[in-house]
Design a binder for this molecule. Structure first.
Ligand code: FAD
Length: 316
């Protein structure tokens, strides 16, 4: 991991920094390079463009860590709205949604409902899964920091009883992930493997980039050698190459797994892989709550920081 990654993620937690950064209008160049807009129309417009290019999409209505039940309800409503619009525009076969459980109640206090946020997040996720199924598409549960992993995987297990098509995300940087991959590599199980975007302590996570990459490859072997549907989420050329050779070594045909990348990152590579016959899905975040997402992207690519600081100062 880059030397600057942890300090940027730490700084991002400051409310002062959040306030300053959030005053930037979404039109500011650095935000729009990662987020196509704030509304359902912006999200569906970007989806249509990518689908025209032969790509698939997963849409993330931005928001996380909410402690406000009304905010969680508004997020569920936003997902229902975008799913209805995808269906109306005939895009649901090509586009699904990604959901952060902390945006739909996982952190709500026990005072809101006995059993706490876990229960509320499960019910809200169920409502989104139902809307997705009615629209003809699926949901993937994003994975947040390691304190949420057990709760998220337990909600996944509950959801899969009624909606077995629900996808999971596992993060190669966590020590536990290879075992989690084994547990989830069963038939029909959609699993997105990423490196992990959060600042994690060394007792639970690899800190060194080389160690994270090695873990990513071990997890790829488990998932591609298993019975499930692996979703290989990385922009790293080496990981993409290794995944391709493992896929052929395990006799996987394109369409029995997919590559995934983030909106705005390596768009030419996204199109190149799709043109070569691979299934490629682009993760599109949209909405006004872009702060946490943007800070994680800046932490991954500190070269962007100078550009970002300039746009902060000029408040474009
Ligand atoms: P890296 O080694 O970080 O990057 C490899 C190369 O990719 C870089 O050299 C650069 O060329 C390019 N690149 C990477 N990041 C950037 C950037 N920000 N700007 C410009 N170029 C860049 N993480 C989670 O913790 N939970 C999730 O649920 C989750 N979902 C994801 C879904 C998708 C579809 C993707 C693609 C990623 C997701 N992530 C998630 C983020 C992931 O964990 C990584 O933080 C992120 O993808 C960067 O890792 P990398 O594999 O691309 O490799």
């Amino acid at each position: 991991m880059s030397l600057l990654r942890q300090p940027i993620l730490l700084l991002a937690r400051s409310q002062g920094v959040k306030k300053l950064v959030s005053t930037m209008p979404v039109s500011s160049g650095i935000v729009t390079s990662y987020v196509p807009g704030e509304t359902t129309a912006d999200a569906v417009g970007a989806t249509a463009g990518l689908v025209d290019d032969g790509l698939r999409v997963t849409l993330d209505y931005l928001g996380e860590d909410t402690t406000d039940a009304a905010q969680a309800d508004a997020t569920v409503a936003a997902y229902k709205d975008v799913l209805a619009e995808l269906s109306r525009r005939g895009l649901a076969a090509h586009a699904e949604v990604s959901v952060k459980l902390s945006a739909i109640g996982q952190f709500l206090p026990d005072t809101v409902e006995p059993g706490g946020g876990h229960k509320i997040a499960l019910e809200n996720a169920r409502e989104i899964c139902r809307a997705a199924r009615n629209a003809g598409t699926t949901v993937t549960l994003d994975m947040e920091d390691h304190t949420t992993t057990d709760s998220t995987l337990s909600i996944l297990r509950e959801l899969r009883k009624d909606f077995p098509e629900t996808g999971a995300v596992l993060q190669a940087m966590l020590h536990r992930t290879e075992a989690d991959c084994r547990a989830l590599a069963y038939e029909g199980s959609r699993v997105r493997l990423c490196k992990g975007a959060y600042m994690e302590p060394e007792d639970v996570a690899f800190q060194d980039k080389v160690e994270i990459d090695k873990s990513y490859v071990r997890c790829l072997k488990v998932l591609l050698g298993g019975q499930g549907y692996p979703m290989i989420a990385t922009h790293d050329p080496r990981m993409i190459q290794i995944a391709s050779s493992l896929a052929s070594r395990f006799g996987r045909r394109p369409g029995t797994y997919e590559f995934q990348m983030l909106y705005g990152i390596r768009p030419e590579e996204q199109k190149r892989l799709a043109a070569a016959g691979e299934t490629v899905r682009v993760y599109i975040p949209y909405g006004t709550e872009w702060y946490g997402y943007l800070m994680r992207r800046l932490a991954e690519k500190p070269q962007n920081l100078a550009f970002f600081l300039r746009s902060l100062v000029s408040k474009k």
